[in-house]
Design a protein around this ligand. Structure first.
Ligand SMILES: [Zn+2]
Length: 404
């Protein structure tokens, strides 16, 4: 089995943590910001010094390619260099830098492959500056309309299109990732499972499907001091009952189901006023559509009349479970086993570029452990040793795919 250069990988992770560095060891590197552009330039420089060809497409996605002996569709690896506000130094950037390390290890070890190997940096994965997240992989896979995306505006009124034009990284549409042999994305787990079960590597078989509903209870506003309890239509206490009822029923479903009430709005949200409306979101994720359907049944069957209040609901959005390519997953699993690592077959609860790319390129993901599951925070951490293990898995998975 081949091994990467763990020292060089660590150096690169530390180097890129400087772009947008925050006082608490995190990074703020919003898409196409000055910090992101500096990181992109550095990435381009390192790739070109390594003899790779760097191109950009019309969404400013970056591609660095090591040519193969034959003109075949490339094997692609990568992720994203952008971050959220006060994010960590591993989310996204690790997938790009481990891909770079795979290519540099192939070069160091003078391994000649028939297939070209491409590293990709997807623009605006986080959606932290310009909504939505996974914007560019969404455009490439036809999930999002480019014209709409260009109009997306940051909180200073700058459109994505303007930021793109000013970035110096806008390239040609013809450079888009269209055809590839495989796509592998290494990412931090962003959850506690690998650490908890003392596993080294997550072999990610897909991304969980999810639904998100908004449930509202409607009552009547009035003075909080003068209205007797018996004469109120107070939706807040009814919302509490509904939530307890939801939890009781959801608990009875498959134990792998995850559900969250993450947002609640109270109107008018004044302490001297009985609310006239309470609205909350219920989001649920599971790999089986049947279980998601059970969640929906529970919502549909809620009483529409709760005491004196009425209940309404609407679906905000949903996505189907994405199942990754069996062959590419197998190459990841084989590599992990042959390296003697403890692997864990799992689904991703979070969204990633791979979920869109997998709609037209055989894809899989590799997870490495997140300490305490922390992510999207400055103290997000994956030990360097685990980063190197993930890279070794990706390197050998690519070599196995390239033998075909
Ligand atoms: Zn990410």
């Amino acid at each position: 089995m081949k091994l990467c250069n763990a020292e060089r990988l660590q150096k690169h992770i530390e180097l890129f943590a400087k772009y947008g560095e925050t006082p608490n060891q995190g990074v703020t590197r919003l898409s196409l910001s000055a910090e992101d552009i500096e990181a992109r330039k550095k990435f381009q420089e390192i790739c070109e010094q390594s003899g790779l060809t760097v191109t950009f497409d019309d969404m400013a996605n970056m591609y660095a390619t090591l040519p193969g002996k034959k003109s075949l569709p490339p094997i692609v690896m990568g992720s994203h260099l952008d971050s959220v506000v006060k994010g960590g130094r591993f989310d996204g950037v690790l997938g790009v830098l481990t891909a770079l390390e795979v290519v540099q290890s192939i070069q160091d070890q003078k391994i000649e492959l028939d297939y070209p190997i491409t590293i990709v940096n997807f623009t605006n994965e986080e959606g932290a500056r310009f909504e939505p997240s996974m914007m560019s992989s969404g455009v490439l896979s036809g999930k999002f309309n480019q014209v709409d995306m260009f109009k997306s505006t940051d909180n200073k009124g700058v459109t994505f299109e303007q930021a793109l034009e000013q970035s110096g990284f806008k390239g040609e549409k013809e450079n888009r990732l269209t055809e590839a042999t495989a796509y592998i994305e290494l990412h931090i787990e962003q959850g506690p499972v690998l650490e908890h079960f003392e596993k080294d590597i997550g072999i990610v078989e897909g991304v969980l499907g999810m639904v998100c509903y908004e449930i509202s209870l409607h009552g009547e506003s009035n003075h909080a001091g003068t209205t007797p309890i018996s004469m109120r239509k107070d939706p807040m206490f009814e919302a509490a009952h509904v939530i307890v009822e939801l939890q009781r029923k959801l608990k009875e479903l498959d134990p792998e189901l995850v559900y969250t009430i993450g947002r609640m709005n109270v109107y008018p949200n004044v302490h001297t006023v009985i609310p006239n409306e309470v609205t909350f979101t219920l989001e649920a994720r599971h790999k089986e559509a049947a279980v998601i359907n059970q969640v929906e049944e529970i919502i549909f069957n809620l009483d529409k009349k709760v005491e004196l209040c009425t209940l309404t609901y609407q679906n905000l959005w949903s996505r189907d479970t994405v199942v990754f390519d069996e062959d590419v997953c197998k190459s990841v699993n084989d590599a992990s086993e042959k390296l003697g690592y403890k692997g864990n077959l799992m689904y991703s609860g979070a969204g990633h570029d791979a979920q869109f790319i997998s709609s037209y390129i055989p894809s899989a993901m590799i997870f490495v452990p997140s300490i305490k599951g922390y992510s999207h925070r400055e103290d997000e951490c994956t030990p360097y040793e685990d980063c190197a293990k993930g890279t070794n898995v990706m390197l050998n998975a690519v070599l196995q795919l390239a033998k075909k």
